[in-house]
Design a protein around this ligand. Structure first.
Ligand code: SF4
Ligand code: SF4
Length: 357
C-alpha cells in the first residue's frame, strides 16, 4: 500500500505573495535602488524599469469596522485595492503611477490619517493589546499610544530626529513589551492581594508556585481550604502569578504605575542590539490621556533631538554622553531604585533561553 501524502496543515501565516501589489510581485528581488521623496513616501525602482511609490499613514491600530472600510475605500479608489500593515501598525498603500501619489496623500489626510513614519521620524508606537484583547493588563497600552501619538504628531510627519525612533509600550510588566529607544511599561509596586476563597476553584497551585521567578509563593491552607501565600519580602511585584491565577490580583488603580525605559535596540545596524534601561518610575497610570507619561517622553525626545549627533540612535547617544549627563539634561530624578542591585538574577532577568510555561 502506498503511503498517503502528508497534507498541509491549515494554520500559520498565509502565503503573502497573493496579497502583494502586482508590480511588487513582478519585481520581487529585482529592486535596484530607492529614495524618500518626502516624509511618509518611499519610491522604489526596479532593474526591470518598473517603479512603485509607497505611501505610509499612521493608524490607531485598534480599529473599528468603519475605519477599516474607509481605508479600504481609499485603497480601492487610489491604490489598486492593495494595502499592507507594517509591524508598527502603519498602513502602506502602493501605487505604480506617480500621478496617483498626491491624490492618495490628500485623501488620507482629509480623512485624518497622518502621512509619515519613515526615516528619522518617530514612527508609530508598537503596542500590546491592552484592555481590548488581553486578560491581564494593568493599563491600556493602546490608549497610551493614541495619547502619545497625538502629542508627537509633528515628529511622525517630519523626519527631524537624529535617527529613527522606535517607541514601544506594554500593558503588563512581563510579557509583550519589546526593546525600544523609549519603552513605556506598566510597573506594579505592591505584591498581589490573594482572594483565598477563589484560589482552590480557579488555580492550579503547582503551576502558580513554579511561575514565580523568586520562589516567593508557597502552598498554604487558609480557612481550611487549599490556597497560596506570598513571602512579600521576596516578591519583586512582577505580576507573573496573576495570569495563571486571577485571584492573585496585582493590578491596582493606585499602585500599578508606568515606568519609562530608554536605549533599547533590536537591530544590528551600526551597533549591537541593546537592552533598554529604567529612567523614570512611579509615573501615574492616568487614563484617558496619560499626561505625566507623555511629558516625560516629550522631554526625552526634545533633549535627544537637540543633543545627539546625526545618525546616533537613542542608546548610542546615551552611551556617548554617559548616564549621569542623560539625567542632567533630561532633568529626570536619579534615585536608588534605578540601580539594578537585585541579587536574585545572575546578570539580569531572562538571560536563559529556556521557555517556561
Ligand atoms: S503586555 Fe501583558 S497585558 Fe498587555 S497584551 Fe501583552 S500579555 Fe497582555
Ligand atoms: S508578583 Fe511575581 S515575584 Fe511576586 S509573588 Fe507573584 S510571581 Fe512571585
Amino acid at each position: 500500500m502506498s503511503a498517503q501524502p502528508r497534507m498541509p496543515t491549515e494554520s500559520g501565516t498565509p502565503d503573502h505573495f497573493q496579497y502583494l501589489h502586482p508590480v511588487m510581485k513582478r519585481n520581487y528581488g529585482q529592486w535596484a535602488w530607492h529614495e524618500r521623496p518626502r516624509p511618509g513616501v518611499l519610491h522604489h525602482v526596479s532593474r526591470t524599469g518598473d517603479q512603485v511609490w509607497t505611501v505610509r499613514a499612521g493608524t490607531q491600530r485598534q480599529m473599528d469596522v468603519h475605519t477599516i472600510r474607509k481605508l479600504c475605500d481609499i485603497a480601492d479608489k487610489y491604490a489598486d485595492g492593495y494595502v499592507r500593515f507594517t509591524i508598527r501598525s502603519n498602513i502602506e498603500f502602493m501605487v505604480a503611477d506617480e500621478a496617483k501619489v498626491k491624490p492618495l496623500i490628500e485623501a488620507l489626510t482629509k480623512e485624518g490619517f497622518p502621512i509619515g513614519g519613515t526615516g528619522n521620524s518617530v514612527s508609530m508606537i508598537s503596542h500590546t493589546q491592552g484592555w481590548l484583547h488581553c486578560d491581564i493588563p494593568g493599563t491600556d497600552a493602546s490608549g497610551v499610544v493614541k495619547s502619545l501619538m497625538d502629542v508627537l504628531h509633528q515628529e511622525f510627519i517630519n523626519e527631524n530626529m537624529p535617527n529613527r525612533v522606535k517607541i514601544t509600550t506594554s500593558c503588563c510588566q512581563i510579557n509583550c513589551g519589546g526593546q525600544g529607544d523609549i519603552a513605556i511599561n506598566v510597573q506594579h509596586t505592591k505584591p498581589p492581594k490573594i482572594n483565598h476563597d477563589l484560589v482552590a476553584n480557579l488555580c492550579e497551585r503547582p503551576s502558580v508556585v513554579a511561575r514565580c521567578p523568586v520562589a516567593a509563593i508557597r502552598p498554604a491552607m487558609v480557612n481550611g481550604r487549599p490556597s497560596l501565600e506570598v513571602d512579600e519580602r521576596k516578591c519583586i511585584c512582577c505580576g507573573a502569578c496573576y495570569p495563571p491565577c486571577p485571584p492573585m490580583q496585582i493590578n491596582d488603580p493606585e499602585h500599578s504605575k508606568i515606568a519609562i525605559w530608554v536605549g533599547g535596540k533590536n537591530s544590528n545596524a551600526r551597533s549591537k542590539p541593546s537592552l533598554h534601561k529604567l529612567v523614570a518610575a512611579g509615573i501615574p497610570n492616568n487614563p484617558p490621556r496619560w499626561p505625566e507619561a507623555a511629558a516625560v517622553v516629550k522631554k526625552i525626545l526634545a533633549v535627544y533631538k537637540q543633543d545627539a549627533h546625526a545618525w546616533e540612535r537613542m542608546g548610542e547617544w546615551v552611551e556617548r554622553i554617559g548616564w549621569p549627563r542623560f539625567f542632567e539634561l533630561t532633568e529626570l530624578p536619579f534615585t536608588k531604585f534605578h540601580v539594578d542591585n537585585w541579587r536574585g538574577a545572575r546578570a539580569s532577568l531572562n538571560t536563559s533561553a529556556h521557555v517556561r510555561f
